[in-house]
Design a protein around this ligand. Sequence first.
Ligand SMILES: O=P(O)(O)OC[C@H]1O[C@](O)(CO)[C@@H](O)[C@@H]1O
Length: 186
Amino acid sequence: MEKKMHEISEVLEELCKTVKRVSYEEETAVASAIQKAKRVFVAGSGRSGLIASCFAMRLMQSGITAYRVGECTTPAIEADDLLLITSGSGETGALVKNAETAKKVGAKIALITIYPESAIGKMADVILQIAASSKFDEGKKSHSIQPMGSLFEQSLMICSDYIMMILMEQLGLTGESMFQRHANLE
Ligand SMILES: O=P(O)(O)OC[C@H]1O[C@](O)(CO)[C@@H](O)[C@@H]1O
């Protein structure tokens, strides 16, 4: 049999290492920022944005008023709201603009990123850092065995689901109670 370049277990190992390094304090800080907000607006681009949508879905199922930025039914962000941005680089143009708008109206910003010192990081009130290699590190020796932002995006999915578990505990929710709000028009 032909030798594989990498075993799938190596992918799981680097994912496990990355999510275990994420700070619990930062995860709980994001959960409290969500709880304190009147409404949560979730924004992300590309693959990070797809995971942002998964997060927004769970927030809605928890009874939190959550919107996905970019949907035509999403209203204007206001002072009591939270803009939660998922961006590996923290530099994606449209997301930087979203953060500037949120700042201007006095909304809070939470960022999940590789780079706390990024343009969005500098505007954020709460930051959760995922120490993964980014799409900009492609080709470097230190880069993940997976391409571009894959390791960040996978870690983002696990961390956002874990933040949901923290919220469930704080709000006294169960999977069953959340399922009551699951879409019945699909
Ligand atoms: O997570 P970032 O750095 O904001 O990048 C957004 C997206 O841009 C891409 O590079 C291309 O869509 C994706 O890999 C990534 O999810």
